[in-house]
Design a protein around this ligand. Structure first.
Ligand code: RB5
Length: 158
């Protein structure tokens, strides 16, 4: 699995996406930027960008990804439709840490119009450096996997 960190945004998240991308590169981390470009003036649809990145995480081609839109809400809703994706919408340090410790969140969602952009880098740092605790929390993630499988079977039978 690629250790690259995927990142994507719509037009409402491209400024913060650019800041986070530069920050990750400064840390010598490999970043796969899936757009939208900072210099694009287009209004684009967040589900398109959420899907591109979430598909790669769901298929195990990317270990982790970051999605940014205006509020972070649309990206998180779309990302969590993909099996195996655990996308967390983060607005504070506590959640940035807990979504790794307890939820093994593999996608971080941020809202450019909601959070302070310098603080957002702290959220990214916490999310990148906090390890999943496992144990009882793994049991709960296994329960979510069962839900995904049951729902997928239901879809297949229709
Ligand atoms: C775009 O205007 C905005 O709706 C989008 O960035 C996001 O906030 C949706 O959840």
């Amino acid at each position: 699995m690629s250790q690259q960190i995927g990142i994507a945004s719509d037009h409402g998240g491209k400024v913060l996406k650019d800041k986070i991308t530069r920050f990750l590169k400064e840390q010598n981390l490999q970043v796969d930027d899936l757009g939208v470009p900072l210099d694009s003036s287009a209004s684009v649809d967040y589900p398109d960008y959420a899907s591109q990145l979430s598909k790669l995480v769901s298929e195990g081609k990317l270990k982790r990804g970051i999605l940014v839109c205006g509020s972070g809400v649309g990206m998180s809703i779309a990302a969590n439709k993909f099996p195996g994706v655990r996308a967390a919408l983060v607005t504070d340090e506590f959640t940035a840490k807990m979504c790794r410790l307890h939820n093994d969140a593999n996608i971080l969602c941020l809202g450019e119009r909601v959070i302070n952009h310098d603080r957002a880098l702290d959220f990214v740092k916490l999310w990148l450096t906090t390890e999943f605790e496992g144990g009882r929390h793994q049991n709960r993630l296994d329960q979510i996997t069962v839900i995904e499988k049951v729902l997928a079977q239901g879809t297949a039978q229709k």
